[in-house]
Design a protein around this ligand. Structure first.
Ligand code: AMX
Length: 387
């Protein structure tokens, strides 16, 4: 070790078996998470990007800069050209058991996309995969929920508007396309160490292709402790069941006294209200202020933080990204919350694919990050022999 190779972290015995929590293992070129400011993509606070077309933000994460207007047009066109999904993929979806969770369908769809169309080039496959998951995610809703056959994309629509079109959700609110665009931009990336991103990069480090690596990352996102948080938050909002401030406060106090979690509040890194929640609250107030669940969510934003502040153990009493998103999706007409993790995955595929490309193609002066190989210390295995 030299003087220009500073110590970032001292590993102690007590760090073992803590899930690598907080231990630096690499660098991230796409996004950063700050305790005060929340997530930024390529240096831009995510709230400033919230009004952009997803294609522009996809370009930012993959190429590390926002496109010029001409580049944006060409990039959106390129994604549209890549978006065609072989009929075989939809046939596979139609053959999957309805008992399977929508995330299991999404993982199967990603694997099948890879089997029918991979090129072996990291960037090409990342672009193709991002373009094609749009139709696959939409088809999962339609086929599994029994809404009908997959709807082909339209050449005149952008990425998120096409997703809303291909979804063809019965009884959807007119704001659903705009909500899906916002949701997609806000959820694309969240630093390098979250479980799904880490898993995708780890699998890709063994030189598995982009599709298989993303399927593995989506298996990580599937878990209730990771991608299913917005579903849990919606359940919590339903359980509160009232926007009456006093009654909501009483519910929360009882829940905490019984050792329960106030879903949608708190964060492992952030120490302020999540800017992604702020943007969604503004959208909710503008378009869905009279929706019964949204009214509860807005009441909880006022009621919960002062209560959580009474407990000095809780590092962040403020709303996180999941406080609002489930209730908003519900208000806009996507009523079955089993599908919400697929929407999270539909968006997060972008950031993970971009980070896989970085680790495979750019890191270490183009050599790429070697195969992941952390060390596990042998425990309770004294030497033994059969004779
Ligand atoms: N309700 C009840 N207790 C909470 C709490 C909340 N909203 N937020 C924190 N706490 C508790 C923790 O469980 C922990 O208790 P313990 O010491 O008995 O284990 C203590 O307060 C200290 O926790 P912390 O350092 O403030 O946060 P953390 O990094 O351990 O956990 C998080 C962060 C998000 C898991 C936690 O705030 C939580 O459980 N929130 C509610 C669930 C939720 O909203 N999940 C979605 C997370 C959003 C996301 O990141 N996708």
């Amino acid at each position: 070790m030299t003087n220009d190779d500073p110590v970032l972290f001292e590993i102690r015995q007590s760090h073992l078996n803590t899930g690598l929590r907080g231990i630096p293992v690499g660098t991230c070129r796409t996004s950063a998470v700050s305790p005060d400011k929340g997530v930024s993509y390529g240096g831009y606070p995510v709230a400033e990007l919230a009004a952009l077309a997803p294609e522009d933000v996809i370009h930012l994460l993959l190429h590390k800069r926002l496109p010029s207007p001409a580049e944006a047009k060409a990039f959106a066109e390129d994604l549209r050209r890549r978006a065609e999904v072989p009929q075989k993929v939809f046939d596979l979806l139609a053959a999957l058991p309805r008992e399977g969770h929508p995330m299991e369908w999404f993982i199967a769809g990603l694997l099948y996309l890879g089997m029918t169309g991979k090129t072996g080039d990291w960037m090409e496959d990342a672009l193709n995969c991002i373009a094609r998951t749009n139709a696959v995610a939409a088809a999962i809703f339609r086929v599994r929920a029994g809404w009908g056959k997959p709807i082909p994309p339209r050449a005149d629509l952008g990425y998120a508007a096409n997703f809303a079109h291909m979804l063809g959700a019965p009884g959807a609110h007119p704001q659903l396309p705009e909500l899906l665009r916002l949701f997609h931009v806000l959820h694309m990336d969240h630093g390098g160490g979250n479980l799904s991103t880490f898993t995708g990069k780890a699998v890709a480090s063994g030189h598995a292709d982009v599709y298989v690596s993303l399927a593995a990352s989506m298996a990580s996102l599937y878990g209730p402790l990771h991608g299913r948080a917005n579903q849990e938050c919606l359940k919590f909002v339903r359980d509160v069941g009232t926007s009456d401030r006093k009654k909501a406060e009483a519910y929360v106090r009882t829940l905490l006294a019984e050792g329960g979690k106030v879903f949608g509040f708190g964060h492992a890194v952030l120490r302020k209200e999540d800017p992604r929640a702020k943007v969604q609250y503004a959208f909710a107030e503008k378009h869905f202020a009279s929706d019964p669940l949204v009214r509860i969510v807005l009441a909880l934003r006022e009621v919960v933080p002062p209560i959580l502040m009474e407990n000095s153990k809780i590092s962040n009493p403020y709303p996180n990204v999941d406080a609002v998103s489930g209730s908003l999706l519900h208000a806009a007409g996507l009523r079955d919350d089993d599908y919400y993790t697929v929407l999270f995955g539909w968006s997060r595929v972008v950031g993970i694919a971009a980070q896989i490309v970085d680790e495979r193609v750019h890191m270490r002066d183009g050599k790429g990050v070697p195969i992941y190989r952390p060390r596990y210390v042998a425990e309770n295995q004294p030497e033994k022999h059969l004779s």
